[in-house]
Design a binder for this molecule. Structure first.
Ligand SMILES: [Zn+2]
Length: 148
């Protein structure tokens, strides 16, 4: 029924870490494409603002809104990609992802406390880039509280 078959990890642990590090990198292609799409819609933003909790990827000071672009695996998204667990070092990855999720949660709480609106753009949402950009544009315009 599901095409999500259990697969053994074909990479040795070291190689796997290398791959995961690459996946985690900032300024990923989908993130850059999303930024460009929003820019062309007239939105202006700052990137990876260190002075804000969680160092949000895209910050719209005028709208007091931030976007986190999250990799589904790294941030434990409730989707097929997010559920994919490497067999090697399973416990290591599980606890690492749990720490990421805790950090994400803490950042959201802190940002909300300071009146910021937060949107999570998941890697899987970005497969439909124009759709996701439209959603964000609408969200920024509507000034509603929280969406993810
Ligand atoms: Zn996802």
């Amino acid at each position: 029924m599901s095409r999500r078959k259990k697969r053994t990890d074909i990479f040795p642990a070291e190689k796997r870490s290398e791959i995961m590090r690459a996946v985690k990198a900032k300024d990923t292609k989908p993130e850059i494409a999303l930024r460009k799409a929003l820019f062309s819609k007239g939105f202006r933003y700052r990137l990876h603002v260190k002075t804000l909790p969680g160092r949000p990827d895209i910050v719209f000071p005028k709208h007091r809104a931030v976007i986190f672009v999250h990799g589904c695996f790294w941030h434990g998204h409730d989707c097929v990609r997010g559920a994919r667990a490497p067999k090697t070092n399973a416990e290591y990855w599980r606890s690492k992802i749990a720490r990421n999720r805790k950090r994400d949660h803490d950042a959201i709480v802190a940002l909300q406390r300071h009146g910021w609106r937060i949107k999570i753009s998941w890697e899987c949402d970005l497969k439909d880039l124009p759709g996701e950009a439209n959603k964000i544009a609408g969200w920024l315009a509507r000034r509603q509280k929280l969406e993810s």
